[in-house]
Structure formats: C-alpha cells, structure tokens
Design a protein around this ligand. Structure first.
Ligand SMILES: NC(=O)c1ccc[n+]([C@@H]2O[C@H](COP(=O)([O-])OP(=O)(O)OC[C@H]3O[C@@H](n4cnc5c(N)ncnc54)[C@H](O)[C@@H]3O)[C@@H](O)[C@H]2O)c1
Length: 353
C-alpha cells in the first residue's frame, strides 16, 4: 500500500502550549495520522505554532471546529478547561484525544464521557506510560496470576519543578485549572498505572502539604495509604520539591513474585514460579522506548508514548474499537486523587462507592 492509499486520520490540536509541541512532533512521526490545523485562544500563539509546523491556525473555536478536514482533535488546554473545548468538539463530530487529567472534577470528567457517547465519537486520554512494553508485560503477568495474590504496592515520585515552572503559566498550581499539584498534574501517570495493576480502591487516608513552592494553592507533596478491594495495601509518596528530580518508582508485590519499575524500566522481576525467569525479556521491552522523561524538566518529554497513543486512537477510529485508555479508564485516577485530597482536607478515611 502506498502512503497515499494508507488510511490516515486528520488531526487538529486545541491549545498550543508546551505539550502541544510533543503532540505535533508525535503526529509528524506517526504512520496513520497527520496534523492539519491548530487552535488557541491566544491568536499569536496559534499563528506561531501553525507557522512552526506548516499547518493552518484558527483563534476562533467555532471556525476551527467547522473545518471538514479535521477528523479528531487532541486537547492540550489547561486541565480545568478541557470540558469547555471537549463538549463543542464532540458535538461537532470530532474524535477526542485528551491530555491527562481528563478533567479536574468528576462532574466535568463525566460531562466529557457523556458528550463523546452522545456524539458517537471515540474518546481517549493520554497516559503515555501505558504504551511501554514492560508495563503491558507486568499487567499481563498480574492478569495471568503470575504474581499470586497481590499484597502491597509502593509508589514514589521524587520529582522537581522549579518556581519558574509554576510562575510561567498562571493556571498551574490553581485548584480551578490545575485541579491539584504533584498528584493531579505530575504523578497522575503513576497513579493510573497503580490502578491499572492493582484494581479498584476501597478507601484512602492521606496527608498533603505545600513544602517547596510559593504562591501555589495546590499540594507539592503528598503521602497516602490506599486499601484495595482485593485487600492489598499501597503507599503513594509524591512531590515536585525533590531537586534535581529522581526517577519515579513503582513496586508491585504478590505472594507469587514482585516487580519493580523505575521510570517504566524493569529493575526487578522475580516471579517465583518462572521457568525460566523472563526478566531480561520484560526489561528489553522497556529499553525499546527509552526514557519517557519529566523527572526534572517538564519540557523533556519523549514523543514516543504520545505517538503510540495517537496511532492507537486513529486505529480505534478506523476500526470502530475502544482506544487503549478510554474515558472510563481515565476517570479512575481522577477519582482516587480527589479522594486523597478529601482525606487530607477532612483528616479522615475516605471510602469509594
Ligand atoms: N502527558 C504528559 O506527560 C503531559 C505533560 C505536560 C502537560 N500535560 C497536560 O497538558 C495540558 C497543557 O499543559 P501545558 O503545560 O502544555 O500548558 P501551557 O500553559 O503550556 O499551554 C496551554 C495552552 O492552552 C491555551 N488555552 C488556554 N485556554 C484555552 C482554551 N479555552 N481554548 C484553547 N486554548 C486554550 C493557552 O493559551 C496555552 O497556549 C495540561 O492538562 C497538562 O496536564 C501532559
């Protein structure tokens, strides 16, 4: 099949800030998707971005969504404005690939899920760590019962964001538009993996604080203990105040074996019944991707995970199937993080329905 004959989904980007550049590069590198136009409420930003990537730009949302050459949009606005653009985009028949978090309250998350359902468009959410082969291998091992009964998990995110990071975009560090701090913005990727591996949470107890930054409303440090419905316990310890920023770490322990991922790389893989032990095999899957990045520098993010998620959404559109991370899946991490905030605020255990 020649390039011209290959099915291709045509994308627009909404919100042309920092992460939108990763979207545009990922679209450029993708085999089944292409960027045709961008939109930002700030015309100069949209124009500069359009020029940089050689595509059309629009500062009027209605005109942008009226374009018939856009099949799908990636939504890279501030987190708490996602629903503002997702609802009209879905109503205009555009498939949606939303940045994480899907939105910052469950009501707004649900409004996006419902809008996509009503308009019969596909809805995916960017959690690029899910694309890494080692993550898929750990999930498969858990699903196959190879870790035995899950007993414990441990999440650590000792990341760093300097004060300039928060000062550069006024929405960052606010409850309304960021929805939270070290948890809702940076650590949501690993909270998503924790839930992907461990199942449904039953309850949580937590502390949060602002220890390393000025003029932000949200937490830059959080500690939580989660009890899962399957009985397992997990600790979550995250910050954006740990200079210079070390890799994030996720340990999953069961009666049949334990796995340690450091930035999605397999550091330990000991399954007691393994014959032979296939750690090298699982580790090789993470090496293929390289480092997804982000520990100390928010702009140093690999395009690979985004490219895979864009290609995955395009396949989902072309084959009428669910994307890798659906709206329902993306809702789970927002719900747990909001539970953590509630527990810290009210000084009590929060149970999930
Ligand atoms: N997947 C990841 O690893 C990753 C990394 C960084 C950021 N993000 C997410 O991407 C989103 C954007 O983050 P960022 O750091 O790029 O922000 P940013 O501030 O750099 O860019 C946001 C852009 O959105 C534009 N905008 C604001 N309101 C708008 C509206 N109503 N309609 C259209 N455009 C609007 C702004 O003008 C700005 O250009 C956030 O939700 C963040 O959580 C994800």
């Amino acid at each position: 099949m020649t390039d011209k004959q290959r099915p291709c989904v045509r994308y627009g980007i909404i919100g042309t800030g920092m992460i939108a550049r990763v979207h545009a590069e990922a679209l450029r590198a993708s085999s089944n998707s292409e960027l045709v136009a961008v939109h930002d409420v700030v015309p100069e930003r949209a124009a500069a971005f359009g020029r940089d990537f050689g595509v059309a730009w629009e500062s009027d949302l209605e005109a942008f969504l009226a374009r018939r050459d856009i099949d799908a949009v990636t939504l890279a606005t501030p987190s708490g404005l996602r629903a503002d653009v997702a609802l009209p985009a879905a109503a205009a028949g555009k498939h949606l690939l939303c940045e994480k978090p899907l939105e910052v309250t469950l009501e707004r998350v649900d409004s996006i899920i419902e809008a996509a359902r009503r308009a019969h468009v596909r809805l995916g959410c960017v959690f690029q760590a899910r694309t890494v082969g080692s993550v898929r291998r750990v999930h498969d091992a858990i699903e196959a019962g190879r870790l035995g009964k899950l007993v414990m998990a441990n999440v650590q995110v000792p990341w760093y964001r300097n004060q300039e990071y928060y000062d550069a975009s006024p929405w960052r560090g606010t409850w309304k538009l960021d929805g939270g701090g070290a948890l809702m913005n940076q650590s949501i990727h690993i909270v998503d993996l924790l839930l992907h591996f461990m199942g449904e949470p039953a309850s949580v107890m937590a502390y949060t604080d602002v220890l390393a930054h000025k003029n932000i409303e949200v937490e830059d440090t959080a500690a939580a203990v989660v009890r899962f419905r399957n009985g397992a316990l997990a600790t979550i310890l995250v910050t954006t105040g740990a200079a210079p920023g070390f890799p994030r770490r996720l340990e999953i322990c069961g009666t049949g074996g334990s796995v340690v991922l450091v930035d999605e790389r397999v550091e330990r893989w000991v399954l007691t019944a393994d014959e032979p032990n296939d750690m090298a095999d699982a580790a090789a899957l993470s090496e293929l991707h390289g480092d997804l990045g982000g520990a100390g520098d928010p702009a140093a993010i690999s395009i690979e995970g985004h490219r895979e998620q864009i290609e995955n959404l395009s396949r989902a559109i072309l084959t009428d199937t669910e994307p890798m991370v659906s709206g329902r899946e993306a809702r789970r991490s927002v719900e747990l993080i909001l539970g953590i905030y509630q527990s810290a605020r009210e000084g009590r255990e929060v149970r999930f329905a």
